[in-house]
Design a protein around this ligand. Structure first.
Ligand SMILES: C[S@@+](CC[C@H](N)C(=O)[O-])C[C@H]1O[C@@H](n2cnc3c(N)ncnc32)[C@H](O)[C@@H]1O
Length: 226
């Protein structure tokens, strides 16, 4: 089953310490998204595909009087997230499939999902589930570096052993409206972190220019309003 394959791959990432590494590579784009989320201190927030929970912790500090839940399919990512000594008292972590969330309907004000949407095997099921758990007026923020329009980010998918979706902004808009969101919009978030002097070619970015173009095209941020 695909979910099992994904769990195994991300358990392996967790064991290699890559869960923590993603805090560094995803922080700058996530930081900009968090500003746009305008989270209130009383909000209930869910971080879908939370990995080791670094963004969950940041949101738990902002929504200090609400409940903030990090969910991931990988039990080893969640084990690391739960053990973290910096967890605020209002941060909770769950192992679950994004398509079958063990959460009450209309409980959350806001949802975020960082670099995870293209892995969800049941993409439409996940979008419907996100719609179900949000309160009326609630908003979902999906941030992705892997999308059709940024061709400089496509190479990466050749080096991962699990299937991923390559969708464009318009496909995502259509999907979000189809599952019932009253509005959906998108924008780019540019990572302006300087490329280090000692930069070296990787499988993902064979030249420095590829990396620079990937960053300047930016990540795609999808915003869905219930
Ligand atoms: C690239 S990582 C990003 C993790 C985290 N958001 C971050 O930025 O550090 C993608 C995460 O999505 C999780 N994931 C993939 N498919 C999932 C699903 N169907 N349900 C829940 N989590 C899933 C993976 O286990 C993995 O931890």
């Amino acid at each position: 089953m695909l979910e099992e394959l994904i769990r195994r791959e991300f358990n392996r990432w967790a064991d290699l310490g890559r869960g923590r590494g993603m805090e560094k590579s995803h922080w700058e784009i996530t930081r900009q998204m968090i500003v746009l989320m305008e989270v209130d201190q009383h909000d209930n927030v869910i971080d879908l595909g939370c990995g080791v929970g670094w963004a969950t912790r940041v949101l738990a500090q902002r929504a200090s009087r609400g409940i903030v839940v990090g969910v991931d399919l990988s039990d080893r990512m969640i084990a690391q997230a739960s053990r973290e000594y910096r967890n605020p008292a209002n941060a909770f972590f769950l192992v679950a499939d994004a398509a079958k969330l063990p959460c009450h309907s209309e409980f959350f004000n806001t949802l975020l999902s960082v670099e995870a949407i293209y892995y969800y095997p049941e993409l439409e099921g996940v979008a419907a589930e996100v719609h179900r758990i949000l309160k009326p007026g609630g908003r979902a923020f999906f941030l992705t570096n892997y999308y059709r329009e940024n061709v400089y980010g496509h190479n990466w998918a050749k080096y991962i052993d699990i299937p991923v979706h390559l969708l464009g902004a318009a496909d995502y808009m259509e999907l979000l409206i189809k599952v019932g969101f009253r509005a959906a919009s998108h924008r780019r978030i540019v990572d302006s972190t300087p490329i280090p002097e000692d930069w070296k070619p990787t499988n993902w970015f064979p030249t420095r220019q590829d990396q620079a173009k990937f960053q300047s095209e930016g990540a795609l941020l999808l915003i869905a309003e219930k």
